[in-house]
Ligand binder design. Structure first.
Ligand code: NAI
Length: 671
């Protein structure tokens, strides 16, 4: 046995080498300069003393490797250091690829970025068939390219179209999918890794190649055509000035055969250019903020049984999600007929996500209709998601609290009622908390964990841990109207509607918001959420001096509620808004400035009032709760990068023109 700091090499009696990645002092394997240099040493050693074959595996329970060490990547003082790091990883993985004997990567759990690229440098890959296995090249999500050979080796292995599908979206695949697209050679449970690797290394089969048709796209004469088709597809989803990375990935493959070492530094596809682009810094910051939110949910949860009351839009989907994530769930509503649609939606969700009949059945078995509410007495957590009416909610609490275990938590999914009001009359007000999911539950990552003045800190913590356990991101917030996300979103949505009533076409307003970087314009978003919901929230959060747009009131009165009824601000056909014309030659910047500044102002107010712990958490909440222009880094980061004085001057000019709703909050001074 030979030990390096982060790697251990064992040679067995059959002269097979087993190289275990075990990054020192960390629970997750990531590649640092030190770890890569050691791996280079291991490769030199093995090339000089060749074994019969080499298996590379991980000692960490959570996975093979999560990619490059992001802390090291962000510590670089200049873009050239990022280039040096990229070159090192490439050189080392090339050494692994050049080893003159069979090599195999044994993949379980997370296999991301550099982890996937190391596995691609091996001749074979064996993957665990478990639910936690996830393989991806997610570099695009942080604004860079797969720089350690992935952009070359993945297209060569599975064909460029399948590879681009993964590289341009950053999407992860599980073991089954990885096997079906040829990304891995063998799919087995992790406990069979040793056997499978021995068989493969002793009798190496032919290497995998993409089908003839898939490989045609790699031919030089077709590369340009394929690259242009890919660029057209990307243009529909992301603008090049907002998100240069997907365009860089296509260029890297088309012009530089996937090797970032050969890209001129001043080419927009180079690591240096991408590292200098503001989007990259903002996306990396969001990636780290996501980790911070996850860490807020660290710890062991003793919540095993959740009882959800209200099987409507929210409660039904919350219950389905909790059961999907392995919890026992009872679901209560006034009668069976109201629970049935939620169970049907759950079945559709499980079919899409779980695919295998036995897994779907197990999830369905965990989700139990419970009209009588028997689950109340046994559960660890009640999530109440009944109608948004304080009196009706309090009446329900009076009935259920005496039946709950003394240790159980009572959580409300209310979007607007203060917890201090809901806690009146409770015997254990300290166990009442807000657990505010967003719609649609299966898509939205964020859950606001709402602390009333009476909520105990350990109840907050338990709900944060629960949220992480069901793979959502918790953000703790104080109980105040709109909490964090709706409070910041509402003035932006309202301003868009005021502009609409001034005669600016909906298409132009939506185009302006997208020009800023929003994934969807506010008028289309209002229609998508439902105008009845939007109107109720707008009314709840309205302040003196704020306008009350009339058109939305008229549409709701006429039961034109948006996408769900086929008409709202737009007419909707086959789930798509019918937009009449483009935005023409209108200067969009003043329009998005006018819509986004009220949201920025409200974010400043939330930080000042301590609704959320700090400015970073505020940005994280708004991005993960609303999709707020990720490449801008969130409202506070946008304020900082655009320049506080500049935006303050814009606010004051808008205040002079439109009134008090643009008055800068007192918190601007402290940002
Ligand atoms: P919904 O109207 O779709 O569903 C409410 C369900 O509660 C109905 O099925 C109703 O039969 C049931 N219900 C009413 N009283 C009950 C009782 N005493 N016992 C058992 N079941 C009872 O409402 P939705 O939209 O799901 O909202 C539920 C809660 O979630 C509300 O507090 C709302 O503010 C909040 N919320 C809603 C969001 C949305 O986008 N719809 C987003 C986030 C929170």
């Amino acid at each position: 046995m030979q030990n390096w700091k982060h790697w251990r090499l064992d040679i067995d009696a059959d002269n097979l080498a087993w190289l275990t990645f075990d990054r020192a002092s960390e629970s997750t394997n990531t590649f640092s300069t030190e770890g890569l240099n050691e791996l280079s040493g291991v490769a030199t050693h093995l090339a000089a003393n060749p074994p019969r074959g080499l298996a590379i595996l991980s000692a960490k329970d959570n996975g093979f490797a999560a990619g490059a060490d992001i802390d090291e990547f962000t510590s670089f003082q200049n873009a050239e250091q990022a280039f040096t790091f990229t070159t090192l990883g490439n050189d080392v993985f090339d050494k692994i690829a050049a080893l003159p004997f069979p090599t195999v990567a044994l993949i379980h759990g997370f296999c991301m970025g550099g982890g996937t690229e190391l596995s691609l440098a091996c001749r074979y890959r064996i993957i665990d068939d478990g639910a936690k296995t996830k393989m991806a090249l997610p570099e695009v999500m942080i604004g860079i390219v797969p720089g350690w050979g992935g952009a070359k080796r993945m297209p060569a292995l599975i064909g460029v179209l399948a590879a681009m599908d993964l590289m341009l979206t950053g999407r992860a695949v599980d073991g089954r999918k990885a096997k079906s697209i040829g990304l891995v050679d063998v799919l087995v449970p992790r406990r069979h890794f040793t056997n499978a690797a021995q068989m493969l290394l002793k009798n190496p089969p032919p290497l995998h190649h993409p089908s003839f048709f898939a490989s045609m796209a790699e031919w030089p004469m077709f590369r340009g055509i394929v690259a242009n088709i890919l660029r057209k597809q990307v243009t529909k989803k992301a603008r090049k000035d907002h998100y240069p990375a997907p365009y860089a990935i296509i260029d890297l493959w088309e012009k530089y055969d996937g090797d970032p070492r050969t890209v001129p530094m001043d080419d927009p596809a180079s690591i240096v250019s991408l590292s200098k682009h503001p989007t990259t810094a903002n996306l990396i910051r969001i990636f780290k903020l996501q980790d911070r939110l996850k860490a807020l949910g660290n710890g062991d949860s003793d919540i095993r049984h959740v009882h959800v009351i209200g099987a409507g839009v929210m409660g039904g989907d919350i219950a389905a999600w909790c059961a999907l994530r392995g919890l026992k769930v009872t679901l209560q509503d006034l009668d069976h007929a109201r629970i049935a649609p939620a169970i049907a939606r759950a079945a559709t969700l499980y079919k899409r996500r779980l695919k295998l009949p036995h897994l779907i059945q197990a999830a369905m078995d965990r989700l139990m209709p419970d009209v009588k509410g028997d689950g109340v007495a046994h559960c660890d957590l009640v999530i109440e998601a009944i109608v948004e009416n304080a009196e009706i909610k309090k009446k329900l609490y009076a009935q259920i609290e005496p039946r709950m275990k003394a240790t159980a938590i009572l959580a409300s999914n209310t979007s607007s009622i203060p917890l201090q009001e809901l806690s009146q009359g409770l015997a254990r007000p300290e166990r009442l908390v807000g657990v505010h999911f967003f719609n649609p539950v299966a898509m939205m990552m964020l859950v606001e964990i709402v602390q009333g003045p009476q909520t105990a800190p350990e109840v907050m913590k338990a709900c944060q841990i629960f949220t992480k356990k069901i793979d959502k991101l918790p953000v703790p917030v104080k109980s105040a109207p709109g909490f964090l996300v709706n409070r910041i979103l509402t003035p932006y949505m309202t301003e868009a509607q005021v502009m609409l009533e001034e005669g600016i076409p909906a298409e132009v307003i939506d185009a302006a918001a997208r020009d800023f970087g929003m994934p969807m314009g506010p008028i289309e978003l209002a229609d998508t959420v439902g105008l009845d919901v939007g109107l109720a929230v707008g009314r709840e959060l309205a302040r003196p001096g704020w306008p009350q747009p009339k058109k939305i009131q008229d549409l709701v009165a006429a039961k034109k509620l948006g996408k769900k009824t086929g008409e709202g601000f737009y007419k909707w056909v086959n789930g798509k808004p019918q937009k009449s014309n483009g935005s023409g030659t209108v200067d969009l910047a003043p329009l998005w400035m006018r819509m986004t500044l009220p949201a920025v102002n409200e974010a400043v107010a939330c930080v000042r009032e301590g609704i959320v712990g700090d400015a970073d958490l505020c940005d994280a909440g708004v991005i993960f709760g609303t999709g707020f222009a990720p490449q801008r880094g969130g409202p506070i980061q946008y304020l900082r990068s655009a320049g506080k004085e500049k935006l303050l001057a814009e606010m004051k000019a808008l205040e002079a023109k439109h009134g008090v709703r643009f008055a800068p909050d007192a918190g601007w001074a402290a940002i």
